[in-house]
Ligand binder design. Structure first.
Ligand code: NAD
Ligand code: USQ
Length: 416
């Protein structure tokens, strides 16, 4: 298949591009390298030393004989360039990763809020609009997030895969329907993914675009079998307070004996998936497109569920790291229950990498190996969901002596 990977230079996009190329697909990466530029602006770099795009692609070709093309394009801004690329490559499938993906970055300032909305919503809309205008019949595989659901509204009932069964009493009797699961975003970034869902649904209905939307949990880990072939193919590893995600941050912190930064009580429960399973899920989604005219197919792309404090305890046990409960810069539920239906991918043959299998390799091969590259000043998460939040939370903190009490106080102040 000819496959365009929009955002193919990023954390999920790069290993996916190599995986699909390895499977014999003809892959073209489309990326504006904005993620690398944001690192420059934030004065931070990936824990792992990532090579330039040219070096990455040349190394892949030298090692495997396989060619991946690269198109430098801003999908959100250069609509006519996107049309040209679609006409030139005539893809069978398009994997759409090309969005600003960090919730803390999206909440940093008016500038980053507006950038995230403009970039993400326009990228998705431009793609669908250009598919219609160019008459390209490509299957769109979009990366959404578990955060569109809001992490569990119905106690321990599993979050269904995209659609909720409802019953409505009408004068004619009870009517049963499936509707898009109610959206409950927790950041401007997550909000853009809920908007994406509506845009995708409209173009599937109106224009018959074939869409798979993958509601992915937090991706952890670094390497796949392809990215570990050579150091020039290594995947990025974000650890800073804006882009680093919780599990990879804890692993990095353990490597340099920095206390694990648990926000609040650590009662937040989230869904996780290893990067190796991400690339496999994308391959499975591409191989099983919906029919033309069908509503978007939605898969929950998650394999395990953990509470933040559970992760911290596990990593502390394996590495001897200390744990610190910090005032939470986010406005989020201090504690939540979460259960998720992920049967679609399991039924298609996904064999998940569990935390217990992947953890030690990650510590040994990545975080310990590259610990010397860590800039400790970039670790604290400073982006506040509400202005002055950290300052306000810090006040009662001074009066409380132990971290257990601190966490209790936080859970009442931050409960949604
Ligand atoms: P990333 O920031 O590492 O990669 C995104 C890539 O897209 C970057 O290379 C960036 O330069 C590119 N890009 C962004 N805007 C673009 C534009 N307008 N035009 C062209 N290229 C553009 O992010 P990631 O972690 O690889 O995430 C990829 C996708 O998966 C995102 O949509 C994200 O929301 C989703 N996702 C990620 C995670 C996770 O834990 N990393 C979890 C769930 C969902
Ligand atoms: N957290 C800590 N300590 C830290 C970092 C985070 O306790 O040092 C907590 C946060 O407060 C939050 C939880 O860990 O409660 C998850 O935070 P995260 O940064 O790991 O994940 P999140 O902001 O939700 O975003 C990530 C990706 C995003 C993706 C999302 C999937 O950056 O692209 O969409 O995970 S999900 O969380 O399922 O919505």
């Amino acid at each position: 298949m000819k496959i365009l990977v929009l955002g193919g230079d990023g954390f999920c996009g790069w290993p996916t591009s190599l995986h699909l190329s390895d499977k014999g697909h003809d892959v073209v990466i489309v990326d504006n390298l904005s993620r690398r530029q944001i690192d420059v602006l934030l004065e931070v770099q990936s824990l792992t030393p990532i090579a330039s795009v040219t070096e990455r692609l040349m190394t892949w070709r030298e090692l495997t004989g396989k060619k991946i093309d690269f198109e430098f394009l801003d999908v959100a801004k250069d609509y006519s360039g996107l049309l040209t690329i679609l006409k030139k490559h005539q893809p069978d499938a398009i994997v759409h990763f090309a969005e600003q993906r960090a919730a803390p970055y999206s909440m940093k300032s008016s500038m980053t809020k507006r950038y995230t909305v403009n970039n993400n919503v326009n990228a998705t809309h431009n793609l669908l609009c250009a598919l219609v205008e160019s008459g390209t019949d490509a299957h769109v595989v979009h990366l959404g997030t578990m955060g569109v659901y809001g992490y569990g509204w119905f106690g321990s009932a599993p979050i269904p895969e995209g659609y909720l069964s409802i019953k409505v009493d009408t004068p004619e009797g009870e009517i049963a329907r499936e509707v898009l699961h109610p959206a409950n975003p927790g950041s401007v970034y997550h909000m853009t993914k809920t908007l994406d869902q509506l845009i995708l649904a409209f173009y599937a209905k109106n224009d018959g675009i074939r869409v798979t939307d993958l509601h992915q949990g937090i991706v952890w880990g670094t390497q796949t079998s392809q990215t570990s072939l050579d150091e020039k193919l290594i995947n990025r590893f974000d650890y800073d307070g804006d882009y680093g995600t919780v599990l990879n941050r804890f692993l990095m912190q353990a490597a340099i004996k920095y206390p694990l930064t648990v926000h609040g009580s650590g009662g937040q429960t989230r869904a996780f998936i290893h990067i190796r399973d991400t690339v496999r899920c994308i391959e499975l989604a591409i191989a099983h497109p919906p029919r033309r005219g069908e509503r978007p197919v939605i898969f929950n792309q998650v394999t395990e569920i953990f509470q933040v404090k559970e992760l911290a305890n596990l990593i502390a046990k394996v590495t001897g790291a200390k744990i610190e409960h910090l005032p939470n810069p986010r406005f989020e539920a201090a504690e939540n229950q979460l259960a998720v239906d992920n049967n679609h991918f399991l039924n298609l043959g996904l064999n998940p990498t569990t935390l217990s299998q992947g953890l030690l390799a990650e510590v040994r091969d990545i975080t310990n190996k590259y610990a010397h590259r860590i800039d400790r000043s970039k670790i604290p998460a400073k982006s506040e969901w509400r202005q002055g939040q950290l300052h306000n939370l810090a006040k009662p903190r001074a009066k409380k002596a132990n971290s257990h009490n601190k966490a209790k106080k936080l859970s009442t102040t931050t409960k949604l």
